[in-house]
Design a protein around this ligand. Structure first.
Ligand SMILES: [Zn+2]
Length: 303
């Protein structure tokens, strides 16, 4: 289904080792590989001498030590968080305690809309509800350090409080989990929203920066064109859902079986949630009907 996107799964980074990505940016891979995290979370170090850390990564002592070793002799002045999923924020408290640096993020975790009963999901369980930033960033906020300046870009969709950070001087964007080179992003209600996600993709596509540094996997080059493929991929999935529903009313498991061929069973729940995200968006646009709010155990028909 995702053959329409030229995924790049070659990513040779070694956990714990600081590697230069650009003259101003280093990357340290965390040792938390998995079906959602690929080879692990990428933490980034921005600047030289006085540095920012973008996404501390998972709660893993070895990763915290690797980050601190990478910045030995330097001062950490900022800790930035793209969104409140634990694979990005778990190391934040330890890093803050060891460096004294203030934390910057859009805000605490929040579901995009109230949870419906029975809608809690694995990805929602990964949410870090205990995090509150020292500095809450509004869309467009500037964050300045020694020799660098970032612009905060609200990019909800994967998470309601997701932000990307634009380093215009280097033509790059720290994109968190919004866009990745190796797979499509998980958009799972209730914190995830397909309507928001599509809007955030179009927002990114309209920007000039070519290089994206994601929270998992290697860089995305020619970012705006890649995002165009992402958008077309989602539209194709939406079309597949509508085509399946043209045969009659269907439940989410039935739709998943009809449109995901050869799915890794570990991703079954994510596929169901992604389908729910599309159905919510389609219902909001009046193209699909269901009884009450769209839920995982609902039955859906064409409008
Ligand atoms: Zn995430």
């Amino acid at each position: 289904m995702a053959d329409d996107i030229p995924f790049d799964r070659k990513f040779e980074a070694v956990p714990g080792r600081a590697e230069a990505v650009t003259p101003l940016v280093r990357r340290v891979l965390a040792p938390n590989p998995g079906p959602f995290t690929f080879t692990g979370t990428c933490s980034y170090i921005l600047g030289r001498g006085e540095v920012a850390i973008v996404d501390p990564g998972p709660d893993d002592a070895a990763h915290v030590e690797a980050l601190l070793a990478a910045v030995q002799g330097e001062r950490v002045t900022h800790i930035l968080l793209t969104h409140t999923h634990r694979d990005h924020s778990g190391a934040l408290e330890a890093l803050k305690a060891r460096t004294g640096a203030p934390t910057y993020a859009q805000g605490p975790h929040r579901a995009a809309r109230p949870l419906h009963e029975g809608e809690a999901n694995t990805l929602d369980a990964a949410a870090d509800r205990g995090f509150f930033p020292d500095v809450a960033l509004a869309d467009g906020a500037a964050i300045e350090g020694a020799g660098w300046r970032l612009e905060a870009l609200a990019t909800p969709g994967h998470a309601a409080n997701h932000m990307a950070f634009v380093l215009a001087q280097d033509g790059l964007i720290f994109v968190g989990d919004h866009v990745m080179a190796w797979a499509t992003t998980v958009v799972a209600p209730p914190d995830g929203s397909m309507s928001d996600y599509m809007e955030s993709l179009r927002r990114l596509q309209a920007r000039p920066e070519p290089l994206y540094l994601p929270g998992h996997g290697g860089p995305v080059r020619e970012g705006p064109a890649f995002v165009g493929r992402y958008i077309r991929h989602r539209v194709a999935r939406e079309t597949a859902i509508l085509r399946a529903l043209s045969r009659g009313p269907m439940s989410i498991p039935e739709i998943v079986r009809a449109i995901y061929i050869g799915l890794d069973p570990r991703l079954n729940e994510a596929a169901g949630l992604s389908t729910l995200a599309h159905l919510e968006d389609l219902a909001a646009r009046g193209e699909v009907l269901t009884e009450g709010p769209a839920t995982l155990d609902g039955v859906f028909t064409l409008a």
